[in-house]
Design a protein around this ligand. Structure first.
Ligand SMILES: *Cc1c(COP(=O)(O)O)cnc(C)c1O
Length: 467
């Protein structure tokens, strides 16, 4: 049988999809109880994937079976509630179901005419995000792969605008002879921001670094004199401590002189959507662009980054390089590709829309506040067990220092990770190795936190028993 006929049959009979559904449900049912990180056996079994590319068409059911039996045990149990590594996030049932459904639509969202439904929901998301974050009316949203892409695009918009203000068309004239832009960034700026500066050719050695306080916040008094050539990089949610830069004072100064402020809030921007936590983001609406993820705090599927920019013209012109976008030949309605570097793109905004529509403002508030409360619980219980907490737990991040001896801290983390009970990673904080905890899944319960704290205590006990 030709591969085409075989695929037609698979499409019609749907056996494959039912098989995938069975496996998926089986995985979901066991997620909470399996090892959070794969066992050594599961990792070893990955060797089974080392094979030459098949010469002939295979059997679809066998492929799914291999993925289920060999692949899934080597996945990280992120959906189980006790994964606290990096800042990853969980997945909301409504967003997951929406992803399944819309995968069957297979939309390309470059142009409105390619997918009117996706274009419509991008427009709705743009409006809702402006409301939920309290941003200026008319703020443009681009739906990109993640915050890294959102930062890159935002800084391209900033560069275009600041150069334009000095009579320089960056798209046409480029770097050679361009006005020198100044980059102002805090010592604790995230690596994704640094990468964007380098990728855009702004030069890392030109960064004017600003000292941070003991929580990682920029110290406003340490900011250099700003002028209209400055791009100021602030953050909502330090990747270690979860702290927020003081936006109000800095944005005011920047606006007085025509500087551009970008706020990276990959996970932390969602504090602005939370009644009890929005004090952390005071003044953030005075910035010019913002980057945030749906896939972290909001728990949409991955590949859901959002860039927000109050200067629609700068954003579209920088990304499209087509001169004046208002006279472009695109349709009257919103074309998603104007706001992203890509053309072809999957309909990721539909999952974001489903999450926002399902949760509503109240649900977003409860989701984010819940993560904060459980991070506080984690810190309190660890502290009560004799572990030092090095940060003020203002959001969802906890920095744990089991010891001033880095070797002991490393032994602790290895022991915790291999317990299979929970998973957290390490980081460096003020020159010392620490354990970093991020509570960012809706699934995580109070019992998950207590159980993880017990795993920390047991790990410490095993180390001292060995000594
Ligand atoms: C995760 C993160 C990024 C990068 O976001 P991606 O979606 O992984 O590209 C940037 N900044 C901060 C503060 C982050 O936490």
């Amino acid at each position: 049988m030709s591969v085409r006929r075989q695929m037609h049959r698979e499409q019609q009979q749907k056996v494959l999809f039912k098989q995938a559904q069975r496996y998926a449900f089986d995985y979901a049912d066991r997620a909470a109880e399996r090892n959070v990180f794969p066992t050594p056996q599961a990792l070893n079994d990955l060797k089974q994937f080392d094979e030459p590319m098949p010469a002939e068409t295979g059997n679809a059911e066998a492929i799914l079976q291999q993925l289920h039996e060999v692949g899934s045990p080597a996945s990280v149990a992120q959906t189980g509630g006790r994964y606290f590594g990096f800042v990853n996030g969980g997945i909301l049932p409504i967003s997951l179901a929406t992803k399944w459904l819309t995968d069957f639509w297979d939309q390309n969202t470059a142009l409105n005419v390619m997918s009117p439904i996706s274009a419509k929901l991008e427009e709705v998301c743009e409006d809702w995000l402006q409301q939920v974050f309290g941003l200026p009316a008319g703020t443009a949203a681009g739906f990109v792969s993640g915050t890294s892409a959102a930062i890159l695009c935002s800084l391209a918009a900033a560069r275009w605008r600041l150069c334009r203000n000095q009579g320089w068309d960056f798209n046409q004239q480029g770097h050679n002879g361009a006005p020198q832009l100044r980059i102002i960034a805090g010592r604790q700026t995230h690596g994704a921001v640094i990468k964007a500066i380098a990728l855009l050719g702004l030069g890392l050695q030109h960064i004017e670094w600003v000292e941070a306080d003991d929580q990682g916040r920029i110290i406003p008094d340490q900011l250099p004199e700003l002028d209209s050539s400055c791009i100021v990089l602030l953050q909502a949610g330090n990747v270690n401590s979860g702290c927020f830069d003081p936006f109000e004072a800095i944005c005011k100064r920047a606006n007085q002189v025509g500087a551009w402020v970008h706020i990276d809030g990959a996970f932390g921007l969602w504090a602005a959507a939370t009644e009890q936590l929005k004090y952390l983001t005071r003044g953030m609406d005075m910035a010019h662009s913002w980057s945030v993820d749906g896939h972290k705090t909001l728990n949409t599927p991955y590949d859901n980054g959002i860039l927000l920019c109050r200067d629609r013209e700068a954003l579209v012109t920088a990304l499209q390089a087509t001169g004046d976008y208002l006279t472009s030949s695109y349709s009257e309605t919103r074309d998603g590709m104007l706001y992203t570097p890509e053309m072809s793109r999957r309909a990721r905004a539909i999952e974001l829309w489903a999450a926002l529509k399902y949760l509503g403002k109240q649900g977003v508030d409860e989701l984010v506040l819940g993560m904060h409360k459980r991070a506080q619980q984690f810190a309190q219980e660890l502290n009560a067990a004799g572990f030092r907490i090095l940060n003020d737990v203002v959001f969802n991040q906890v920095i744990v220092s089991p010891s001033t001896d880095d070797q002991f801290t490393q032994a602790m983390i290895t022991e915790v990770q291999s317990s299979g009970e929970c998973w957290a990673g390490t980081s460096v904080w003020q020159g010392r190795k620490v354990i970093r905890i991020s509570v960012c899944s809706w699934v995580t319960s109070e019992e998950d936190i207590s159980r993880s704290v017990r795993a920390f205590i047991a790990a410490r006990q095993r180390i001292s028993d060995r000594a």
